[in-house]
Ligand binder design. Structure first.
Ligand SMILES: [Zn+2]
Length: 197
């Protein structure tokens, strides 16, 4: 059956989202045709606003102003510990855990020579100047375990000032997990990252 062009347009946009197929996109669009005009406008405005979000000039986090909430926090802006993450979602995951009270630096990727992502693309110079200018004493590399992640950590370890302590977060068995169901690489990492009791 032929559907109106306006509906098809909405379906096409929804189906661009990860994990949303054409069927789901159609269902969502049909549900929204029942919304009143005002609610639809609010929805459209919220989406439009996404193009106006700033990146924090220091850490790269999304924010409304020049600097993010963490970089302007009176306590955290004095912190001497800096946590380096790959993405905004990784940063949010650590924030959700509620235990880290230092600063962040978001790389927006990892080194990947095959894809042409080198130190310049990740602006690693900016990270190194931050460590120097903000008197950072300890850098925690919360970079995910992968060949590229490991290479990024090795690069940073040798590029950061020698006096800075550089640690990488431990990886291992998830809480509530069972060794039986964990892949061998995770078990290897967990053994490597064991802590003395
Ligand atoms: Zn920031």
């Amino acid at each position: 059956m032929e559907l109106p062009e306006k509906l098809l347009k909405a379906v096409k946009q929804f189906s661009r989202l990860p994990g949303v197929g054409e069927k789901t996109a159609l269902r969502q669009s049909l549900i929204m045709t029942k919304w009143n005009k005002e609610d639809l406008m609010h929805f459209a405005e919220a989406i439009k606003g996404l193009s106006e979000i700033n990146h924090c000039k220091k850490c790269g986090m999304y924010c409304d102003q020049e600097l993010c909430r963490i970089c302007t926090d009176s306590f955290r802006s004095q912190a001497t510990t800096l946590c380096v993450v790959e993405s905004v979602t990784d940063c949010l995951a650590i924030e959700r855990s509620g235990h880290f009270r230092g600063k962040f630096h978001i790389l927006f990727g990892v080194l990947n020579p095959l894809l042409g992502i080198g130190p310049d693309e990740l602006k690693l110079d900016e990270l190194i100047s931050r460590v120097e200018n903000e008197n950072i004493e300890e850098v925690i590399l919360a970079v995910n375990p992968s060949v590229e992640g490991d290479a990024t950590c090795s690069y940073l370890k040798q590029a950061l000032p020698e006096k800075t302590r550089v640690d990488r977060i431990g990886f291992g068995i998830p809480m509530g997990g069972s060794l039986e169901f964990v892949d061998s690489l995770t078990i290897t990492k967990a053994l490597e990252n064991r802590r003395h009791l």
